[in-house]
Design a protein around this ligand. Structure first.
Ligand code: MN
Length: 286
């Protein structure tokens, strides 16, 4: 069984633009090794937004060297980027944007949702790219709810939705550049789920809602983050009430990380180059 290394319940909060009130549960600037290939996780909401005609969110900004993954639980997110991709995603949908060599994008609440108002809740992850893929062309995957396989856990303990990676032979739709498991789990009250996991890989449990005991030792009430020892082939989750979990797993990259603002590369020189390339317009426009 994978042992709990540490848990986090109290984290700092800030606004991203005027649309995303986030709590930052981890960042590569504080725990890079235990979370690789993930770089950052912001949990936005849950928050009720009143109806508005305003565009709430963040305008045009660049990224280079990694991917941003946005998972919507409530509300809608509208996106547009310099590759020409764009669209609106809602509850259950995922946006997997590969910034790679450079992208410029904007992220707002969906227009219809903003007019209606209501609950807003999402997670945004930054996923690192291996050195060899950082300067690949940018890309965009829109993954709708229906495209995500939902697998029943044994004994009616809940459901695993496979966004990326492989759960017991079922494959998630997201294309990734290194081995990643990203699963959205719903656990039912009073159940015990035993989740098989690859040995010697990163394993992080983000408990959004509910009270769950992880690996028999750490009882947490969401929102809370739990980082596990890579060693071991099983994760045990004991839900004392209905719970929602985002599981993040993957093969650590073991490569140097140098980041500044929206750019995450391997060296200082590459960061300087990113600023020059962006300022000279090489990333394009939305
Ligand atoms: Mn962004």
């Amino acid at each position: 069984m994978k042992k709990v290394l540490f848990a986090r319940t109290k984290v700092s909060a800030h606004w991203v633009g005027d649309g995303f009130p986030v709590r930052n549960f981890f960042s590569y600037s504080d725990i890079a090794d235990q979370i690789s290939p993930f770089l950052l996780m912001d949990y936005a909401g849950p928050k009720v937004f009143p109806p508005t005609e305003k565009r709430l969110g963040v305008g045009e900004h660049p990224h280079r060297g990694f991917e941003t993954v946005t998972i919507v639980y409530s509300g809608e997110v509208e996106h547009r980027d310099s590759t020409g991709a764009g669209g609106t995603i809602g509850p259950g949908d995922v946006q997997w944007m590969t910034a790679a060599s450079g992208i410029v994008h904007e992220e707002f609440h969906g227009r219809e949702f903003a007019k209606r108002g209501g609950d807003f809740e999402m997670v945004q992850l930054w996923v690192n790219l291996p050195k060899t893929f950082k300067m690949n062309p940018p890309g965009y995957q829109e993954i709708k709810d229906q495209a995500i396989p939902a697998i029943q856990l044994p004994d009616g303990s809940g459901i695993v939705r496979i966004i990326a990676g492989n759960y017991q032979g079922d494959q998630g739709p997201a294309r990734t550049f290194s081995p990643i498991n990203l699963w959205d789990l719903k656990l039912n009250q009073g159940t015990n789920a035993s989740i098989p996991l690859p040995d010697n890989e990163t394993a992080v449990v983000f408990l959004m809602k509910g009270t769950v005991t992880v690996s028999g030792t750490e009882t947490l009430t969401g929102p809370a983050l739990c980082v596990l020892d890579p060693e071991g082939t099983e994760l045990e989750l004991n839900a004392s009430n209905d719970a929602r979990i985002l599981f993040l797993g993957g093969k650590p990259l073991h490569e140097p990380i140098v980041g500044y603002g929206p750019f995450v590369m391997n060296t200082e020189a590459e960061i300087r180059e990113a600023f020059q390339d962006y300022q000279s317009g090489k990333f394009g426009r939305t």
